[in-house]
Design a protein around this ligand. Structure first.
Ligand code: MTE
Ligand code: CO
Length: 419
């Protein structure tokens, strides 16, 4: 233990990050003084459970607090509601399937894949109906994308409200989808020349319909049946969902049963078919499909306080943009006066979460932590006040403003705003 602590310290020093020579607060040990090593523990004594005791594995009982959570007062019922990804407990860029936030308008539809059909009709040469087996005979692709609900961070428009990144930013997840390009399916049916929109419809009782411009449908959308290698979870639209990379989550229709090709979108036929952003002057932003560049520090954060005292501290977070890759993430520890470039680690993929780190030597004083992401299209994440100036405070959707966490001397963390 002493050796590895020294090694870590050396690494920090060569990286020039532990200015002042901070050491990890590891105790030096004399022989025989570490009971966890020298004394027989319970788990050394028994024969453990055999291989088939957990045919579908679950996390350790010590991770029982790593779960999706909802906010009871947010919605009238749990069926038309949302829960949140526990971002504060996760690392890397992939969200485990059981922790992906859920948003549904009429509860979870439980669909027998043998009964599942996908119909394509409207402005096509040949209307078609596919079974799951049919779909699995087309060439398929594997792609990692984030999905963010347009309402993510919506409760924070008027001021800091919810104490934890799970609640402020947890309507996002990022998994590897396996599916067939929507383009392949559309071409199989043959698109008529006057077609302009593709309108997916869900099989749940809310019969979600959305309108997707044909260009996007032919670009990078997928009809997906797997997430992170296994079948979609029922919560995520089993057995089939639409993937609309970089665009707001409500368009990613789950329990997908029909694709209508048309020349006029649903939202010109029905009032409720699209979200709009209400501005201060009473006008609304109508087409806000792309999710703008955004980031958040996931640790430390209110649900992930600093418990180890001063010295080396790993600041970590997530950044993403519907416009492509993240080019850079800056982190400040003093509320925006000084910024340092964070280290992005792991894959940097377009329209996927990016993981960043800033490794600091914490002197134990109060910190005002913020992260600011810049995407490859050149867009810079705005402050909340910049957003409010541009859009007023009536909106719920598309809040990509910079989040501030106040880390106190005792390690506790609070959601605050700095002007
Ligand atoms: N699709 C159907 N059929 N029904 C729904 O209620 N909710 C949408 C979208 N697709 C919804 C749906 C919304 S608003 C979002 S944000 C995403 O699904 C959430 O996807 P998730 O539950 O996999 O996180
Ligand atoms: Co949504």
């Amino acid at each position: 233990m002493g050796d590895s602590a020294r090694l870590d310290r050396r690494r920090l020093l060569t990286a020039g990050l532990a200015a002042g020579g901070a050491a990890l607060a590891t105790r030096a040990i004399g022989a025989g003084s570490e009971p966890a090593i020298t004394e027989i523990q319970d788990w050394n004594r028994y024969l453990g459970e055999g291989v088939q005791s957990r045919p579908y594995g679950i996390p350790s009982e010590f991770e029982a607090n790593v779960v999706r959570r909802d906010v009871e007062w947010l919605t009238a019922s749990t069926e038309s509601s949302v829960n949140f990804t526990p971002l504060q407990d996760l690392d890397g860029i992939i969200t485990p399937n059981g922790l992906c936030f859920e948003r549904h308008h009429a509860g979870i539809a439980e669909i027998d894949p043998a009964q599942q059909r996908l119909m394509i009709n409207g402005l096509v040469d040949t209307p078609l109906v596919f079974t799951m087996e049919d779909l699995k005979r087309f060439p398929r692709e594997n792609r990692i994308y984030f999905l963010e609900c347009a309402a993510n961070s919506g409760m924070e428009w008027r001021g800091s409200q919810l104490n934890g990144c799970q609640y402020t930013h947890g309507m996002v997840h990022c998994v590897m989808y396996t599916g067939v390009p929507l383009k392949t399916i559309l071409q199989e049916a043959g698109i008529k020349t006057n077609a302009k929109w593709v309108m997916p419809e869900g099989a749940d009782s809310s019969a979600m319909t959305r309108s997707i411009p044909l260009d996007k449908a032919l670009d990078d959308c997928l009809v997906a049946f797997k997430m992170n290698g296994e079948a979609l979870r029922p919560e995520q639209g089993y057995p089939l969902r639409l993937v609309v990379p970089g665009w707001e989550g409500n368009m990613w229709v789950k329990w997908l049963r029909r694709l209508e090709v048309g020349d006029m979108p649903w939202h010109q036929r029905e009032e409720t078919a699209k979200y709009t952003d209400l501005l201060a002057n009473g006008k609304a932003r109508r087409f806000t499909w792309v999710m703008d560049v955004k980031s958040v520090i996931t640790s430390p954060s209110p649900q992930a306080p600093v418990t180890h005292g001063k010295g080396p501290l790993v600041i970590s977070g997530l950044a993403w943009s519907g416009k492509g890759r993240i080019k850079r993430v800056d982190v400040t520890t003093d509320g925006g006066r000084n910024w340092k470039t964070a280290r992005i680690d792991g894959p940097s993929l377009p329209k996927a979460l990016h993981r960043f780190y800033l490794d600091i030597d914490w002197d134990g004083s109060d910190l005002l932590l913020q992260s600011r992401a810049i995407d490859e299209a050149g867009f810079v994440q705005p402050t909340k006040n910049e957003l409010r100036l541009a859009r007023g405070e009536n909106s719920i959707y598309h809040n990509n403003g910079i989040q501030t966490w106040h880390v106190k001397a005792d390690g506790a963390v609070e959601n605050v705003e700095v002007s």
